[in-house]
Design a protein around this ligand. Structure first.
Ligand code: NAG
Ligand code: NAG
Ligand code: NAG
Ligand code: NAG
Ligand code: NAG
Length: 611
């Protein structure tokens, strides 16, 4: 059938999708485009689970092989088969998909040298042609799979400078001429095989638990267990039959154990991640950063030695520890005055948001723990859930639920111009209601707090599926000892703060009013007043006055919602609420429960009219 199609047509339609459409496994008889779709699928699995400097996503498209050539970075081909995968020093991070190589059976060289890949080493079964395997200078953990010792053509294996543990399998390939496992956490005797005894001690150095020749360190007596025992030290019960067939690796046992205790959290987080994957398929950031960078000066070992533990609110979900967190790949979500927030993907696949607080070195452990416990105990559908925290003198982390779709600020103000999808009025209305519900709940739950949220602004409203919104970064005021340090918070923009007056929860109401105006007008708070004059009033009252001048009308509405004529009345009613909330005098502003009630009434009325 394919042969009947003219060649030009084949090139015009995307050949790959055509072939997938026809579901032909082995690709074409057209010589110049020969490749194997199973191999391509394997590479795409890799492409889609890691991030790097090289932006594989834009480069690894189309066919991986064109006979003996490849247009893909790091790939070399022979007769349509992928034979080299060489991705060195491109800050590849994330963990490798466990079985992506199984179908790339002609692979001869595999190199991931000098990256930041974490997680277990990949499965190399089937790779009977593999000669060079370079995994050095990464963050691989877990044990060296036993089947590596079975690779028939192996000439070189570099595993140095990782976090590998367990024993060294009994490599004994006569072809083996390069072997290095130094700088890991391996243990037990070096197997007494001809191949392994050929290498100098520098191939094995810096593994505190390794012993035996060629190291100078003799093994303790009685002799340790034979090397063909599964290296996993974990007592987790594993189906013995299964284990005989193919030993589970440490990482998979850990995964199973933690999965069992984490099911509810994983279900939630997984669906969040999945949603994000579907909706933001390709958001490569330049901001690939590793939390670890921050902790570099203090190695993971040091952390362990000090036995610092993460505190969890629910002991049930303490399925990861600080070590996992430090090893996880992380991406900067935002840098604020209080610290930097990272999206962190743990090796278990769980995604969390981690905030590293700054300028809080004066804070005592007791104060911090008390406040975190209080905040962690709050549960509401419109509040970001705090999962855990970490306190040391130098480092304070808050780990919370990761909400996938960015912030309200991004939603309102980013990508303005051509190609932007307008934010509909109905959506804005439901976001307003979510914010009001979250804030009313905070005011009710934290009556002893001067200003319960204290940092309400559009960048601290995060968006989930169906634009369901949650408040984040709340409850920080008690952590900030002085008025000066409180300037980092959103309430600093209220008139009473600017005038040095007493603060109350009406400062939150003020911030809520500002968000309302921001949603209705589509303008960034503070932006126009800065253009008009350069006086340095801190508060936003001028902005409010300027946005809503004396005879305010539909002129103020965001262009994007102006067309939704049937909504104008609601928009103007909400503007009225916003003006009350931003009254210069705190005591004249309404209370949050009242505000929420009025918003719900507006929505209810709209519903009735639509019915
Ligand atoms: C991938 O990048 C390489 C080197 O930059 C380039 O030669 C090649 O054409 C790119 N391939 C694709 C499919 O864009
Ligand atoms: C591809 O390279 C192999 C050897 O490396 C050679 O035998 C084969 O003829 C080449 N194929 C093409 C189409 O050039
Ligand atoms: C490792 O890769 C980085 C780029 O990510 C490069 O600057 C550095 O020189 C490489 N180091 C070695 C030892 O190759
Ligand atoms: C390898 O290819 C086979 C046959 O197409 C497929 O069924 C299998 O899922 C592939 N395995 C992996 C790990 O991709
Ligand atoms: C093994 O790797 C370490 C660290 O990169 C290096 O110092 C050592 O010289 C290497 N040994 C051999 C035999 O290659």
């Amino acid at each position: 059938m394919m042969k009947l199609l003219p060649l030009t047509l084949l090139f015009a339609v995307n050949l790959v999708s055509l072939i997938q459409f026809l579901s032909i496994d082995f690709v074409s008889s057209i010589e110049f485009f020969e490749y194997y779709s199973d191999e391509r699928d394997g590479l795409l699995q890799l492409r889609d689970s890691v991030t790097s400097d090289a932006n594989l996503h834009s480069n690894w498209t189309g066919p991986p092989c064109i006979s003996n050539d490849s247009k893909w970075i790091g790939i070399a081909c022979s007769d349509g088969h992928v034979v080299h995968i060489v991705l060195e020093g491109i800050q590849l991070s994330g963990s490798l998909p466990p079985t992506f190589l199984l179908n790339i059976t002609f692979l001869a060289i595999l190199s991931f040298r000098n990256n930041t890949i974490s997680g277990p080493l990949p499965d190399l079964t089937n790779l009977v042609h593999l000669e060079h395997a370079f995994f050095s200078q990464n963050r691989f953990w877990g044990s060296i799979p036993l089947e590596y010792a079975e690779l028939p053509k192996l000439k070189a294996m570099e595993l140095q400078e990782n976090y590998l543990d367990g024993n060294i399998p009994p490599f004994d390939q006569p072809s083996l001429t390069i072997f290095n496992v130094s700088y890991n956490h391996l243990e037990g005797p070096i197997p007494n095989t001809d191949a392994l005894q050929r290498f100098p001690s520098s191939s094995y150095d810096h593994n505190s638990g390794l012993c035996g020749s060629p190291l100078k360190k003799p093994c303790p007596f009685p002799p340790p267990p034979p090397p063909d025992v599964s290296p996993s030290p974990l007592p987790t019960p594993v189906n013995p039959e299964k284990e005989k067939k193919k030993p589970l690796r440490l990482w998979s046992i850990v995964l199973i154990a933690s999965a069992a205790s984490l099911v509810p959290v994983i279900v939630i987080l997984f669906s969040l991640c999945y949603y994000r994957m579907m909706h933001r398929k390709e958001k490569t950031t330049e901001n690939q950063a590793e939390i670890e960078i921050a902790a570099r000066s203090e190695s993971i070992d040091d952390f362990q030695r000090r036995q610092q533990e993460l505190e969890f609110f629910d002991k049930q979900i303490s399925a990861f520890d600080l070590d996992d967190l430090l090893r996880a790949s992380a991406e900067v979500l935002g840098k604020g005055k209080l610290g930097t927030t990272y999206k962190t993907v743990l090796e278990s696949g769980t995604t969390v948001a981690v905030k590293r607080l700054k300028n809080m070195s004066g804070l005592s452990k007791k104060e911090f723990v008390q406040q975190m416990q209080l905040l962690g105990s709050l549960r509401h559908e419109n509040l970001v859930q705090i999962i855990s925290f970490y306190y040391s003198k130098e480092e304070k982390l808050i780990i919370s639920e990761f909400v996938p779709n960015g912030s309200l600020f991004e939603l309102l103000h980013e990508n303005r111009g051509v190609g932007r999808v307008p934010l509909k009025w109905e959506t804005r209305l439901s976001i307003i209601k979510d914010i009001a519900k979250g804030l009313a709940f905070l005011h009710q739950s934290l009556p002893s707090h001067k200003v319960p949220h204290a940092n309400l602004k559009s960048s601290n409203v995060v968006i989930q599926q169906n634009f369901h919104s949650k408040l984040s970064n709340f409850g920080f005021l008690p952590l900030l000892p002085s008025r000066k340090s409180s300037e980092a918070l959103a309430i600093a923009k209220s008139p009473e703060f600017a005038q040095g007056k007493k603060l109350s929860n009406k400062a939150d109401v003020y911030c809520f009013g500002i968000i309302l105006l921001e949603i209705i007008t589509g303008r960034i708070p503070g932006e126009i007043s800065r253009v008009d004059d350069d006086d340095t009033t801190e508060d936003l009252s001028d902005w409010v006055r300027m946005v809503v001048n004396t005879d305010w009308s539909t002129d103020i509405l965001d262009m994007e919602i102006l067309a939704a004529k049937e909504g104008h009345e609601e928009m103007l009613k909400l503007t009225e609420i916003a003006l009350e909330c931003t009254d210069l005098l705190p005591e004249k502003r309404p209370k949050m429960p009242q505000v929420l009630q009025r918003i719900e009434e507006i929505i209810e009325q709209k519903r009735r009219e639509n019915d």
